[in-house]
Design a protein around this ligand. Structure first.
Ligand SMILES: Cc1cc2nc3c(=O)[nH]c(=O)nc-3n(C[C@H](O)[C@H](O)[C@H](O)COP(=O)(O)OP(=O)(O)OC[C@H]3O[C@@H](n4cnc5c(N)ncnc54)[C@H](O)[C@@H]3O)c2cc1C
Length: 477
């Protein structure tokens, strides 16, 4: 965000640096006394009705929905590390009703089925809340809604248009002028806001992942952590899932491996792993809270192409993330990439440009996580090995809630039934792949630069972005 001519960028940069000085390079949500001990590795060959690979939200929902839908089903879940340690335990905790990475993306790609997609998304969000309460998962699930803020004049026009389109589609959306938005949350950089009370719930992501893991165990799912799956082999009517010298044989396998290299080679160009960076402040004092307001505690995002997202934690910290989605040449994923001096400093500067009244507030944690960006921004689905292996991939930074829908789609596909979900064009169609290197890195970086420049130039998209728009391609986080 570069607009705030209202505040001094140099001063904000300096404050950001100071505020970061003692921040721990660790994920706030995962550093918690409630973190459960690791479950044993796979130590023998076995059989199951369904093997789920990956223990993030997508894999955990798949395992849980499988036993909810068919209580007798024998399910084994294999997780390379600890369930919830990757994107699912380290995200912003915005559980969005949208299954299409936002209304605008849905409208552009699947206009004829957006009403149904939005109904399914709303039901999905309700069902997550219902599961949380049925299992007593202590994850601070709050239906507080979302506030999108405009910090540049052209974004005011965009929010006005979006508000009208949401209203026509029957969604509750309230357009706020400068005073109205600053009554919700006070920043001198705000020009307008759009309040969508039903769009989003907030959740503590690691607590949700751990709660789902516990619910799976209670329902009889066998979970092996520290168990990286190395390959899949077809053996007649079953698939052999190889991991650490052992094999699990099952007629059905669900792949929920997100941004990590897919076990299906054909999917390797379908997504790129992109790092999204996050800061957490120390808890705000009552006086600091009073400076900014935020009584309704909505999740907040700005309306830019390169957007920030932010929210309060249960103990009144501010989680501040986004803006700088970083791709590393060759689709590298390495723990050391989770700390980036330049990006953490840049977003710290943006924090103090947005909230200059919080001068002196410190960041306690800094981290990053990897998201599975695809060219249509919304998840895609499919099967392999003659329908015995299903996958859901490409949630692109909006998978906290959509992964539960993805889980049901995978189970529908494996069952062979045609359902309301599998009939959707959004489910039947797959996005275009990214090109191989070196074109992949060049294309992603060119697109990122063009998006930053469009934000700064009144939203005007250059030739490159317009060409991608025409082809229905893009890059987002
Ligand atoms: C910093 C950040 C902020 C985000 N903020 C939001 C947000 O506010 N709202 C939102 O909706 N989304 C957000 N997202 C995206 C969201 O977190 C993801 O879309 C979602 O968690 C994806 O869940 P998943 O289960 O597919 O992936 P993951 O949580 O990454 O789980 C995949 C799991 O598969 C395991 N795995 C991979 N390969 C293998 C293998 N071969 N064998 C065994 N296990 C394997 C991995 O170890 C991992 O645990 C954010 C993401 C990040 C990184």
């Amino acid at each position: 965000m570069t607009t705030p001519a209202l505040t001094s960028s140099a001063r904000a940069r300096e404050q950001g640096r100071r505020a970061l000085a003692a921040a721990q390079p660790a994920v706030f949500w995962l550093e918690d006394a409630a973190r459960p001990p690791a479950l044993p590795r796979l130590a023998a060959d076995c059989t199951a009705d369904l093997v789920v690979v990956g223990g993030g939200f997508c894999g955990l929902w798949t395992a849980l929905r499988a036993v909810e839908r068919d209580p007798g089903r024998q399910v084994v879940l294999l997780e390379a590390g600890h369930c919830g340690d990757q994107a699912s335990g380290r995200n912003g905790g915005f559980a969005a009703a949208s299954l299409t990475h936002g209304f605008g993306n849905g409208q552009a790609r699947w206009p004829e089925e957006l009403v149904l997609l939005d109904e399914l998304g709303a039901a999905n969000l309700r069902d997550i809340g219902e599961t949380v309460s049925r299992h007593g998962i202590d994850c601070d699930w709050q239906r507080v809604g979302e506030l999108t803020v405009a910090t540049r004049p052209h974004e005011v026009d965009e929010l006005t248009e979006l508000s009208a389109a949401l209203g026509r589609a029957g969604h509750r959306a309230v357009l706020l002028d400068r005073d109205g938005v600053r009554k919700e949350l006070d920043s001198p950089s705000y020009l307008a806001g759009l309040l969508e009370p039903d769009a989003t719930a907030l959740v503590e992501p690691a607590h949700l992942a751990w709660g789902l893991r516990e619910a799976c165990l209670a329902a009889g799912v066998r979970i092996h952590e520290g168990t990286r799956v190395e390959g899949l082999d077809r053996e007649g009517p079953v698939v052999a899932v190889r991991a650490g010298g052992h094999v699990v044989r099952a007629p059905h396998v669900a792949l929920a491996t997100n941004a990590f290299p897919s076990l299906l080679r054909r999917l390797r160009l379908m997504t790129v792993p992109v790092y999204d960076y996050v800061l957490m402040t120390e808890p705000l004092s009552a006086a600091q809270k009073a400076e900014i307001g935020w009584e309704r505690r909505q999740g907040v995002g700005d309306a830019s192409n390169c957007f920030h997202y932010y929210r309060l934690s249960r103990d009144d910290r501010i989680l501040w993330g986004g803006y700088d989605a970083v791709y590393h040449y060759g689709s590298r994923i390495e723990p050391r990439l989770e700390q980036s001096g330049p990006t953490h400093e840049l977003i710290a500067q943006h924090f103090f440009e947005t909230f200059p009244q919080l001068e002196g507030l410190r960041f306690s944690h800094r981290w990053a996580g990897v998201i599975d960006t695809c060219t249509r921004f919304a998840a895609f689905f499919g099967t392999a090995h003659a329908g015995r292996v299903a996958y859901a991939l490409g949630f692109t930074g909006l998978g906290v809630a959509a992964t539960r829908f993805g889980a049901d789609v995978m189970l529908d596909l494996l069952s062979g039934e045609e359902t309301e979900r599998t009939s959707l064009r959004m489910v039947r169609e797959r996005p275009l792949p990214f090109p191989p290197e070196p074109f992949r890195a060049a294309g992603v970086n060119l697109t990122r630069r063009a998006m930053v420049s469009a934000d700064a130039r009144g939203g005007r998209r250059n030739l490159w972005l317009r060409a991608l728009d025409r082809a229905g391609l893009g890059f987002d986080s």
